[in-house]
Design a protein around this ligand. Structure first.
Ligand code: GLU
Length: 520
């Protein structure tokens, strides 16, 4: 092959929200294009009007905006090969349908749905192909005059691709090598429907890849079964010399590796399968998205990049720039990639920790606002600093058990951090920590500690430590857990000096007085 410039495309059909697997496909196309100084096209494949879902196209565009994946040409961008929305290209396709009809590579079929159903009932595993097409009502079995009469009468028809049986079809795949399929297993696919005067996916996809000078088709494994048909179409058009190279990416599998990842897995185990929250326009149902669930776009990119590709080293954290440099189609796996959503948590945590507390503060402020609290970003940042290394409890979707994990999302900080802003009022007398640590003498000890704290002039963590540590040593008291009950209300939270410094002297002493009065 000669050195054609790299041109790839991401070509979703606007049939609903973009699946996370589609995001990975787009990412790999993007990395490949960038790496080769090529172009990436954004094409909308909307020739199946029955599956069109309003809002889907906008959703897809917004998803990539959020993720920072930029296209060079296409819908909403423009370019020299437009229009890029297939529904706006009707007139272009017609001549290519005619070309196939004229050369005898395709034929008209007039079979009605009833006729097709009758045939399916009659012939087990019926397939419209070389073995059956001569029993059907099409331009191969009808005379020229009969065909013309049907057309004149306005009968609906489809155009079918005439596949010659018994041929070896080779799909050159950059991940899978040479995939060979015998053409006898393929059916005479419908390429065009007179009813809506639109081509089907197969024809429009091939014509557009050709006209848009696509050099590499990088797409999900679910399209591999269509690839032999696509190769035959390129040949039928006489375009085999400029046929793009194929790369069919491995499937995304369920977290347990058994079967294809589905939305239901996400619902059950508690992770999104869509980049953004999706509001179904028909049912009104809301599906969760990575963005709204508190993932950082960098984390999602990094997580997806490693689902099906690996750099051959132990390194796991990559910026988009690094990925662009290292990505290699030949290092993509053939076998499915297990969707380890907990690894997604891990990535998000890593990216959260790369940010400063100040950078994280605005999102935490928003979270607090949602709980009716108005907190200065500076104070919010302090709390993040004290708490980001803590663990949170979550419910394991598989077993229903309560488990612990590292803080991986800003939203994990609530209700973990409520006591910073809301003083404990009632104390749970059944709580193990309280029962164990609040004894008969405790109220009196806390009164003494409060007296000591009241005398501390520098109420910073260091200032308190300098004054209180020696007093603790001298008296032999062990006030920490009870003090924690006073300020937190339970056995959680950060270092006590840090917490008291954050609350300030007045609030600290108020909380202690309240606990002493209530618990006595
Ligand atoms: N429109 C197809 C889809 O929705 C594109 C498949 C391809 O990339 O060829 O994924």
């Amino acid at each position: 092959m000669n050195q054609t410039p790299v041109r790839v495309r991401f070509a979703p059909s606007p049939t609903g929200p973009l699946h996370i697997g589609g995001v990975r496909t787009a990412l790999y196309n993007y990395l490949f294009a960038r790496q080769h100084g090529g172009k990436m096209i954004f094409r909308i494949e909307d020739t199946d009007s029955t599956r069109f879902v309003p809002g889907a196209e906008e959703y897809i565009i917004e998803s990539f905006k959020w993720l920072g994946i930029k296209f060079d040409e296409g819908v909403g961008i423009g370019g020299d090969f437009g229009p890029y929305r297939q529904s706006e290209r009707r007139d272009i396709y017609k001549q290519y349908v005619d070309q196939l009809l004229d050369s005898g590579s395709a034929y008209l079929a007039f079979d009605t749905p009833d006729e097709l159903n009758a045939k399916r009932a009659e012939v087990p595993n019926f397939q419209y192909d070389a073995s059956t097409r001569m029993q059907m009502r099409n331009s191969l079995t009808l005379s020229k005059n009969e065909v013309q009469a049907l057309l004149d009468a306005g009968e609906q028809y489809v155009v079918r691709f005439k596949i010659e049986p018994g041929r070896e079809v080779h799909v050159r795949d950059l991940i899978r090598g040479d995939v060979v399929v015998n053409s006898s297993v393929l059916d005479d696919k419908v390429l065009y429907k007179s009813a809506d005067q639109l081509p089907t996916y197969h024809l429009a996809n091939i014509v557009d890849d050709h006209l848009m000078q696509v050099s590499h088709v990088i797409r999900g494994e679910e399209w591999l079964p269509s690839a032999p048909l696509h190769v035959l179409l390129y040949e039928a058009f006489g375009w085999q010399d400029t046929m793009p190279a194929f790369a069919h990416l491995p499937l995304l599998l369920k977290p347990d590796g058994k079967g294809k990842l589905s939305k239901r897995d996400g619902d059950k185990l508690g992770f999104p399968v869509f980049p953004l929250e999706w509001h179904d326009p028909q049912s009104g149902a809301v599906s969760s998205g990575y963005r709204e669930s508190g993932y950082l776009p960098e984390a999602v990119i990094n997580f997806l990049a490693l689902l099906g590709w690996n750099p051959g080293t132990e390194q796991e954290l990559f910026t988009l720039e690094q990925l662009t440099e290292l990505f290699d189609l030949s290092r993509c796996s053939k076998s499915g990639a297990r969707f380890d959503f907990m690894k997604g948590w891990w990535f998000n945590r890593e990216y959260l920790l790369q940010k400063t507390d100040q950078q994280l503060a605005p999102d935490f402020v928003k979270l607090l606002e949602a709980h009716g609290l108005s907190v200065e970003p500076d104070r919010a940042a302090q709390v993040i600093g004290m708490m980001k290394q803590k663990v949170v409890e979550y419910t394991d979707g598989q077993s229903g058990q309560t488990k612990k994990r590292n803080i991986s999302f800003i939203s994990d900080l609530w209700p973990l951090c409520d006591f910073f802003f809301i003083a404990p009022k009632d104390f749970d007398l059944e709580d193990k920590f309280i029962r164990k640590n609040w004894k008969e003498t405790t109220a009196q000890e806390m009164t003494q500690l409060a007296e000591q704290l009241n005398k501390v002039a520098d109420f910073s963590a260091e200032g308190m430590k300098a004054a209180i540590d020696p007093w603790v040593e001298q008296t032999g008291l062990r006030p920490w857990n009870a003090w924690r009950i006073c300020l937190v209300g339970k056995g959680q939270g950060p270092d006590m000096y840090e917490l008291a410094a954050f609350l300030g002297k007045e609030e600290t002493l108020n909380r202690m007085r309240h606990a002493i009065d209530t618990l006595k």
